[in-house]
Design a protein around this ligand. Structure first.
Ligand code: SF4
Length: 180
């Protein structure tokens, strides 16, 4: 029996196709990768905007950029129905405990994108009132540079996050920690 691996051994590939000229082809995958594939294509961001970057985030859902092509246009008003927090703008220390509480209320698995210079490092706001990096209070998965980042940059971050989720590592991590 001759088997030929058709797909590249890429960690983001959901299935591995083994071609068998005698019996046809076989698709192989793991349950973690299938769940990861479902999750990656139905990321629901939380309705959460902090400053000017939020305008760019909002425009991503409009017809010009059409975030719904990637299954993420459903911005939820409740953190309990969302699995992506986009830190879109400067985060003040006064707002930090509220952002952390909202993050805690999101069900597992959940992800965080730090959008723009202010969210990632404080940007031009070198004052004591601003958190100089959202990673001080939240586990950031993807950083988006720029002031403001273009909607395409945020779209690119969401696509990169999808690739990370498709590996299925978040599912394995959640099962290991007994989280839902
Ligand atoms: S990075 Fe620029 S656009 Fe974004 S919140 Fe800061 S000042 Fe506003």
């Amino acid at each position: 029996m001759v088997r030929e691996r058709i797909t590249k051994p890429d960690s983001s590939s959901v299935v591995e196709v083994l071609s068998n000229p005698d019996d046809g082809s076989i698709l192989l995958t793991s349950i973690n990768k299938v769940i990861g594939w479902f999750q990656a294509n139905s990321i629901w961001p939380m309705t959460f905007g902090l400053a000017c970057c939020a305008i760019e985030m909002m425009s991503l859902t409009a017809s010009r950029f059409d975030l719904s092509r990637f299954g993420s246009e459903v911005f939820r008003a409740s953190p309990r129905q969302a699995d992506l927090m986009i830190i879109s703008g400067r985060l003040s220390w006064k707002m930090a405990p509220i952002a952390r509480e909202l993050y805690e209320q999101m069900p597992f698995p959940k992800w965080v994108i730090s959008m723009g210079a202010c969210a990632s490092c404080g940007g031009v706001f070198t004052t004591y009132a601003i958190v100089h990096g959202a990673d001080h209070i939240l586990p950031v998965d993807i950083y988006v540079p720029g002031c403001p980042p273009r909607p395409e940059a945020l779209l690119d971050a969401i696509i990169k996050l999808q690739k990370k989720i498709k590996t299925g590592t978040y599912v394995a991590q959640g099962l290991k920690e007994g989280r839902r």
